[in-house]
Structures are given as structure tokens and as C-alpha cells.
Design a binder for this molecule. Structure first.
Ligand SMILES: Cc1ncc(COP(=O)(O)O)c(C=O)c1O
Length: 358
């Protein structure tokens, strides 16, 4: 606390990201990173950026990258906005498009950064409960609002809202922006980007942190009607004209162009997920259906925090959320490599059959 702080700082409860431990030899399954490195073409593009041009500012509009993203999704560059991770993109979206008199709506169990942005930008919000199966029901969003946002698949549950339901929501909700956060869509979901052509109120955000294995590069983007993109760009240009450095622009452009590597890595994760789910079910876990690169699982009768702590003693880190209380029994587990998943299953088997019974 300091008397020099502005009023808003006193009221902030910042987002707490998953831990990035400095220890070696961990099985790190807590922040949904890719277990595989980025494409060789990305690494070559990054190396090519090392040189004299670093004395110059990067392109403030990230034109090459926006063109590459537009091409990948069959859009025009003016339908694309890029930022320093989708967290930054989302921050600008809340400020530019979701700050209205009516409250913004999002699920009660979802990405915990959303309420943080609301407090930062003084945006009223309402949390809409998931149904008993931990799913988003779009009909529950039929109420006055200043905007709607949720991840699809949702985080941390992994549950997917079918495309037809998203379209139903868009048909019913035309007077405010609907943001679909597709951070995890590449691992088993269907993107709603094609709906942008019909629905000017739809904004879809993406990240290169998960399916492109580039969490360290910090690149995210939003796609939508040019009017929506202009609003976010105005905020960005009033905040930081150069959010993406030269490495981020070069690496992300190469990643967009290497569709073959991207698809192969996503496929590997999807296959590993299937095996991990079956193995955990074999140990008695209940696993929510996941279209993401993580699963949300609980062992009936066991405490989630205790399981996470016992895994940690065995150098395995997963994510546990205490709130809201109904998700406290769950662990959110990133799909690692097959070797990492096997290490997790061995540790859980030992915990379930040995130490829990002591
Ligand atoms: C649902 C969701 N959206 C957005 C992000 C932000 O991703 P990034 O800032 O790495 O692009 C995350 C990160 O975990 C997430 O889970």
C-alpha cells in the first residue's frame, strides 16, 4: 500500500498465472504449453532477425503477419488485429468493445483473467453459471448485456459449445459484441471464424501460445469485422504502437505459413489426450469431455488440492483452482508428451493405490 498509488490500483486483484518453476526435471503440466518445440521454419525466421535491423523499430501495423493470418483464415488483413499475447488482445477488447452501461456476461467458471480486466477498466460484469455438466448453455445468455465473452472450448473445463449453438447465440444477440476466445480450438474444436462474414458483432480471438508452441514469443490475434478491428487498433495505438517486436512478427509469420507442422503437432496432442483420458478413467477419475490440450479431471471422494500437492512432491505440476468451490475437486492437466503423460499416470497410480490408503 502506498499513498502514491492511484485509486484503481488499490482495487486491483491481479490475475495469477500458472507457476513457471525454475527447477529442472519437472513434468510441467500446469500452463497448457506445447510439449513440442516450435516449427524449424519458425526458428530459422527468428535467427534471420538477429542483425543490424534490431536498431530500427518494428512495423507498428505488423502488416506481413496480419496478411499471413488473414490468408490462413480466408479473411482480409483489415479483419485481423495482432497483439503481445492474446492476453493483451483481450485487454484491449474489454476496453474497446465491452465497456458499456449494461454488464458484460461470461461463465462463472472460465478464464480467470476476464474479471480482472473488468476491474481494471471499471466494467460491470455478471457471471453466468455453467450447467450441472459444467457446460455453457447459450440460452442462459439471453439477457440484457454490454457484451458476451467465453472461451470455446471453455477453460479450465475443456468443454466445447457446438458451432450451431454459437450461431444461435449470434442470431439472438445482435446489439452487443460476442467474443469467442479460441485459445484452445485447434485441439478438437471447430472454429467460428467463418461466421465473421455474416455476423458483424462477432470477434474471435486466438493465441500462438498453445497450438503453435510459441508461448515464449507472446503473440495473439483477433479476427472480426473491420469496424471492430478499428476499435481495438485505436486503443492499441493509444497504448503502445509497437506491441510486437521484430522477432515476434517474423516468428509468428513463419508459424502461420507452416500449416503442415502445426497440424501434425495438434494431431499428436489429440492422440495423447485420448490415451491419457483412458488411463485416468482406468484409475477411477472422472474426466470432462475436452476439446482442448488439457483435461479437467477429478477422483471422486478425493481432494483436488491434496492430489496436486502429492503430485508436486513427485515433481509433477498440474493446475488446481480453489474457486468456485464446485471445481475444487478437479485438476486441470495439460496434455504433455506421451512420456510425460505416462509419468503422470504412474505417479497417480502410486498415489491412489499406496499413499491415499495409508
Ligand atoms: C482461455 C484463454 N484465453 C487466453 C489466454 C492467453 O493466452 P496468451 O496470452 O498466451 O496468448 C489463455 C492462456 O492460458 C487462456 O487460457
Amino acid at each position: 500500500m502506498s499513498r502514491y498509488w492511484s485509486k484503481v490500483v488499490h482495487g486491483l486483484t491481479p490475475y495469477v498465472p500458472g507457476e513457471q518453476p525454475k527447477l529442472a526435471n519437472l513434468i510441467k503440466l500446469n500452463t497448457n504449453e506445447s510439449p513440442y518445440g516450435p516449427s524449424g521454419k519458425v526458428l530459422a525466421a527468428l535467427r534471420a532477425e538477429v542483425g543490424d535491423s534490431l536498431r530500427l523499430y518494428p512495423d507498428p501495423g505488423s502488416d506481413r503477419l496480419r496478411a499471413a493470418i488473414a490468408k490462413r483464415h480466408g479473411l482480409r488483413p483489415e479483419q485481423v488485429f495482432v497483439g503481445n499475447g492474446s492476453d493483451e488482445v483481450l485487454a484491449h477488447v474489454f476496453n474497446a468493445l465491452l465497456k458499456h452501461a449494461a454488464p458484460v456476461l461470461f461463465p462463472d467458471v472460465t478464464y480467470s483473467f476476464y474479471p480482472v480486466y473488468c476491474v481494471l477498466y471499471d466494467i460491470a460484469y455478471e457471471q453466468v453459471p455453467l450447467n450441472a455438466a459444467f457446460e455453457i448453455e447459450v440460452a442462459d445468455y439471453a439477457r440484457p448485456n454490454g457484451g458476451i465473452i467465453f472461451p470455446n472450448p471453455n477453460a479450465p473445463t475443456g468443454c466445447l459449445v457446438p458451432l450451431a449453438e454459437i450461431e444461435r447465440l449470434l442470431k439472438a444477440n445482435t446489439s452487443s459484441v460476442v467474443v469467442i476466445d479460441e485459445a484452445y480450438v485447434d485441439f478438437g474444436g471447430v472454429s467460428c471464424v467463418p461466421l465473421i462474414a455474416q455476423y458483424p458483432q462477432l470477434l474471435v480471438t486466438h493465441t500462438l501460445s498453445k497450438s503453435h508452441a510459441l508461448a515464449g514469443l507472446r503473440v495473439g490475434y483477433a479476427t472480426g469485422h473491420p469496424d471492430l478491428i478499428e476499435a481495438i487498433t485505436r486503443v492499441k495505438d493509444s497504448f503502445n504502437s509497437y506491441p510486437l517486436d521484430r522477432f515476434a512478427q517474423a516468428g509468428a509469420t513463419a508459424a502461420m505459413d507452416d500449416e503442415a507442422y502445426f497440424s501434425a503437432m495438434c494431431q499428436k496432442v489429440i492422440v495423447s489426450k485420448k490415451t491419457l483420458v483412458a488411463d485416468l478413467q482406468g484409475l477411477g477419475f472422472e474426466v470432462l469431455p475436452s476439446a482442448a490440450n488439457f483435461i479437467f479431471a477429478r477422483l471422486p471422494g478425493r481432494d483436488g488440492a491434496d492430489l496436486a500437492a502429492r503430485l508436486r512432491e513427485r515433481s509433477i505440476i498440474v493446475r488446481h483452482f480453489r474457486n468456485p468451490p464446485r471445481i475444487a475437486p478437479f485438476l486441470r492437466i495439460t496434455i504433455g508428451s506421451d512420456e510425460q503423460c505416462a509419468g503422470l499416470v504412474d505417479a497417480l497410480r502410486e498415489i491412489v493405490y499406496t499413499s491415499l490408503n495409508k
